[in-house]
Design a protein around this ligand. Sequence first.
Ligand code: A4P
Ligand code: MG
Length: 166
Amino acid sequence: MKVAIGLGCSLGPRRRMLELTVQKLGAHPGLRTLAVSRWYRTPPMRGGTALGWFANGVALFDCALSLDDLLATTRALEEASGRRRSRHWGDRTLDLDVLLAAGARREDSSLTVPHPGIAQRSFVLYPLLEVWPDAVDERGLRYADFAEPDMPRPAPIGIMPRPKAR
Ligand code: A4P
Ligand code: MG
């Protein structure tokens, strides 16, 4: 099953944290990395208590895990990063959201998939479309159609380094 994970970090060496996290996810026996978006530098979303800028991006995996096991895996990585959960939408060392899973729909107290914020959050939508251009929501609507011309585009902060081709 193809799954997209959204990554965010607003404390410390943000880009390094996100790159390490993608490596750790890809090293999980139930996950194989398919694609990683560029990293984006984004202002904190309105309404939150976060103070610093965020680094955001999206990684795509071939996933052999159940959604519950995937959520347990992402939570364990958040915990290992030293994330504090006290303030809702506050600064965090690592925030991992299960954005989308091909053909899967789920809505209960532990998990909502597709993630309900994708279409409204440019820092999620644009990197998602980079790695999964034909992604569709639970109604079959293309996320690409939500990217309106006047929607602010987040600024890329760099491309994850890849091994040089020989
Ligand atoms: N949960 C339900 N659905 C999901 C899902 N699809 N993926 C549950 C992951 N978790 C899901 O999440 C609370 C609970 O949501 C989890 O225990 C899980 O069972 P959390 O990550 O602990 O709480 P949170 O992140 O503080 O709140 P929330 O509502 O998830 O916030 P978001 O949506 O993650 O937004 N600004 C910028 N620029 N960039 C950001 O990345 N992120 C946030 C947090 C705010 N502002 C931001 C950014
Ligand atoms: Mg979250």
